[in-house]
Design a protein around this ligand. Structure first.
Ligand code: AMP
Length: 310
């Protein structure tokens, strides 16, 4: 099934305890599209870049089956730039710079062929842009997933709450869930956030896995423990791309299917962190993904023997 993706396409400067990389290609839409491309070839990207964004990166996405008709290229302008520094735990980071550049006055225009996409991924970027994309869909997609971050909570909370009312699933990290809900307990936070609109909530906890909430149901998926984590940038977006990509491939929106989607998202994210930027997720094969899913199955299975307790 077709999947429309809106998000940033960006340059990132990344500092980890193990090294630095400058002007790495990143952005939410880039990671989401690469991850989803392992599941569906019908991906339609909505984004904006400056003249500085490499054509080769766009060609790479087209080769993976993505359509870029909805990506605006602004002559004489600079692409979105983000810079972050990871702490020793590699699970938390400080944003050092966010230069909106072309994103500051981005007015997304959906080509006709995008407007009836079956699935819509509102990747992390301004809630106003997310809303404009939603409003241009001529048919309500079967599923709308939204990602966001603290940056937008700080500067555009009202707009963010307006979009939340219109989406099916929100994916955010644990600290953002606390900020959005004002609750420390993630279970209470999940309740508060679902009252804001989305029926499903995914809380990403970095190396500590991800939680899925729906109605009274809850599911937890661990992150695969890895010997080396090189660069966590984009792991959340890669997770989202794997998650919605799996659902778009199967078309099955049951809770059981969402659980599997969480595992596929986690598997894709586990590749993302192994190298800087998109390098690793560009080089994996379906066999690599199947093998990693097998590792999750092993990691998560145990036999519950009846034990008499006193
Ligand atoms: P993640 O590590 O999954 O949170 O995603 C990191 C990516 O998000 C980087 O490639 C950045 O370019 C992009 N990014 C960082 N800040 C923002 C922001 N405020 N809006 C949109 N994208 C952002």
């Amino acid at each position: 099934m077709s999947l429309a993706v809106v998000g940033t396409m960006a340059f990132d400067n990344i500092e980890t305890p193990f090294g630095k990389a400058e002007n790495v290609i990143g952005g939410a839409a880039t990671y989401i599209a690469w991850a989803a491309s392992y599941f569906t070839k019908d991906i339609k990207i909505v984004s904006v870049v400056g003249e500085d964004f490499p054509q080769s990166e766009m060609d790479g996405l087209v080769e993976r089956g993505a359509t870029l008709d909805g990506v605006q290229i602004k002559k004489g302008e600079k692409s979105f730039f983000w810079s972050g520094r990871y702490h020793l735990d590699m699970n938390t980071r400080d944003t050092l710079v966010t230069d909106l550049n072309v994103l500051a006055d981005f007015d997304p225009v959906l080509p006709e062929s995008y407007k009836s996409s079956d699935f819509l991924m509102l990747g992390n970027l301004s809630p106003d842009v997310q809303m404009k994309v939603l409003e241009q869909m001529t048919e309500r997609p079967k599923l709308v997933v939204m990602d966001t971050m603290n940056f937008w909570m700080d500067i555009a909370m009202d707009g963010l709450k307006a979009v939340l009312k219109k989406v099916d699933i929100l994916t955010i990290n644990d600290e953002e869930a606390r900020q959005l809900s004002g609750e420390h307990s993630l279970v209470k936070a999940a309740k508060v956030i679902r009252e804001m609109g989305p029926k499903y909530l995914v809380i990403k906890k970095g190396e500590h896995g991800a939680l899925l909430f729906h109605g009274k149901e809850m599911f937890f998926a661990p992150a695969l423990p890895l010997e080396e984590v090189f660069d966590p940038t984009g792991a959340g977006d890669t997770f989202a791309g794997g998650f919605i990509g799996y659902l778009a491939k199967t078309g099955d929106l049951s809770f059981e299917s969402m659980k599997r989607a969480i595992i596929y998202g986690s598997a894709l994210a586990s590749f993302c962190v192994e190298k800087f930027g998109t390098e690793r997720i560009k080089s994996i094969t379906p066999k690599d993904i199947h093998e990693r899913i097998g590792k999750f199955v092993t990691l998560m299975s145990f036999s519950s023997q009846e034990t008499s307790l006193h």
